[in-house]
Design a protein around this ligand. Structure first.
Ligand code: MZP
Length: 496
């Protein structure tokens, strides 16, 4: 055997050093746009993410609901392939057919595409609230409410709200008693909503019920889709049935495909990529997973439009225990990023890379981006949210959500693990739980705020600059200890 230079390192072993921050470098000025697919170096990618997040190609993660919620935040969901072609196609259609619009009822102003525009419209027309529905009409399914900055239910009585005419509201109540809610609805409201809408038989919105602790900056949609545009969605495919699966997904309108394998450095994947690029040259298709530069170049040469990095680092993964293969995710990203840059210099083609799995803290995402990843893919992170398909299970202290690996006996994704034959001979993933984290929009907003704050400390206002200028330091075990609070925190102090 040959010994590869260097130690296999993880994100926990690194910290970023602050760089000089200029006056104009503020969180509001930070741009998180990222290229998703291969493009001519120096030009824009045909598909750009507004935020550099994709969801893992996993049963427990990428439902249509999650893909919709993530696309609305500027990321991209990858629907999983460990099921019939028809089922996966139905999920692609569910995302592509999703539409959001505004109720603008008796104003003549057309629906617009950003919250900023909507606020402007509301201010111009004197409205304080607007309902967002799935078809843009008052009888559509209510997706959320947008309120103007100065709106507060305690300060605006029912009459004032009705007079906005943005929604045909007949009454505003401040508690569930006011409108006699069923117990089940009241529980849902308590758990998930700050504002409960009720509709009459014809689907008209009748009541808005606000929780007493409601504040208008809390949870209303910040990203809205405009007329005629459809959300983007990706789909995982495998090297076994791609000749049947890819045509059906393309027909359903999928935007991007990804060959999903626990080890993508194989002739199987090169052949499948070549087939996909020959038959569907217009549909971007990613490859992976790899952990070194040689494997990156192999898949890039085979036509991959982006390449996923990561073997054995996933939170549910036991591949390293079972097979003894893999690489620390930080070393893998650094090595593959160097190969990506060399490939760019040699060919003029930029092939984005994705850091997939093993991102346990928000700052790990930031480190992955600094080390050269163009975007990240996460499973555990997204499995915690309401929109993920795993069941929400009560515990003594709150809730957890189910999360299981594709190599677990629950998922049995033999196409991803290639152990020989149809089935798993041994498990490579576990079946477990992750702490419940509420709504994706709020969780992601916090993560984005942390990434932007770190980039500001590092003096970077966009991801390309961040990659080029970030300075990393290795941490010793002792300095790792120093990174954490060393006092007894109030909650665990045992005081009365
Ligand atoms: P994480 O975000 O939960 O740490 O890791 C998610 C990633 O782990 C997935 O995108 C995939 O690459 C990988 N994965 C999925 N299932 C397994 C498994 O069962 C796995 N071993 O390693």
């Amino acid at each position: 055997a040959q010994l590869v230079e260097g130690i296999s390192r993880t994100f926990n072993e690194f910290l970023l050093l602050p760089n000089r921050t200029s006056l104009e470098c503020t969180p509001a000025a930070v741009d998180l746009r990222a290229p998703l697919v291969r493009h001519v170096a120096g030009e824009a990618s045909a598909i750009e993410l507004r935020t550099p997040f994709t969801s893992a190609i996993m049963q427990a993660v990428s439902s249509p609901e999650l893909a919709i919620a993530l696309a609305r935040e500027g990321g991209l969901g990858f629907l999983h392939h460990n099921r019939s072609v028809e089922d996966q196609v139905a999920d692609v259609r569910a995302v592509k057919n999703f539409k959001a619009g505004f109720v603008v009822s008796d104003t003549n102003v057309r629906p617009t595409d950003t919250l900023g525009h909507l606020w402007e419209l509301m201010e111009r027309t004197g409205h304080t609230t607007a309902a967002v529905t799935d078809d843009g009409t008052a009888s559509g399914r209510l997706l959320g409410l947008v309120t103007s900055r100065d709106f507060h239910p305690q300060r605006h009585d029912a009459a004032a709200l009705v007079s906005t005419r943005m929604v045909p509201v007949e009454k505003v109540a401040h508690s569930s008693d006011d409108i006699g809610l069923s117990e089940a609805n009241a529980r849902l409201w308590e758990e998930r909503l700050d504002c409960l809408p009720t509709v009459d038989e014809s689907g008209r919105l009748r009541h808005l019920v606000f929780r007493s602790d409601y504040t208008d900056n809390k949870r209303f949609p910040t990203q809205l889709v405009d007329d005629g545009k459809r959300l983007r969605v990706g789909a995982g495919v495998n090297t076994h049935d791609y000749r049947d699966r890819i045509p059906a997904l393309v027909e359903a309108g999928v935007d991007v495909l990804a060959f999903d394998s626990s080890d993508g450095f194989s002739d199987w994947q090169a052949e499948a990529l070549t087939w996909a690029k020959k038959h569907y040259p217009e549909v971007p298709v990613g490859g992976g997973n790899v952990v070194d530069g040689e494997a990156f170049t192999f898949l890039a040469d085979a036509g991959a439009d982006f390449i996923k990095v990561g073997v054995g680092g996933g939170s549910i993964c036991i591949t390293r225990d079972q097979k003894g293969i893999g690489r620390g995710q930080a070393s893998a990203v650094l090595d593959v990023a160097a190969a990506r840059d060399a490939y760019r210099d040699n060919t003029g083609q930029y092939v984005p890379i994705c850091s997939d799995g093993g991102l346990l803290h928000d700052y790990h995402v930031t480190l992955a981006l600094a080390m050269g990843a163009d975007f990240v893919m996460m499973g555990r992170y997204f499995a915690r949210f309401d929109q993920a398909p795993g069941a929400k299970v009560p515990t003594r202290d709150g809730f957890v959500k189910e999360y299981w690996g594709e190599g677990s006996s629950r998922a049995r994704n033999w196409q991803r693990y290639g152990q020989g034959g149809r089935g798993l001979l041994f498990e490579e993933g576990v079946d477990g739980y992750v702490p419940y984290a509420g709504d994706l929009h709020e969780g992601l907003a916090t993560t984005i705020a942390k990434i932007k704050a770190t980039m500001v400390s590092c003096g970077a206002m966009d991801l390309a600059t961040f990659k080029a200028t970030a300075r990393l330091t290795l941490v010793s075990e002792q300095s790792f200890q120093e990174s954490h609070a060393t006092v007894t925190v109030r909650e665990t102090a045992g005081l009365d």
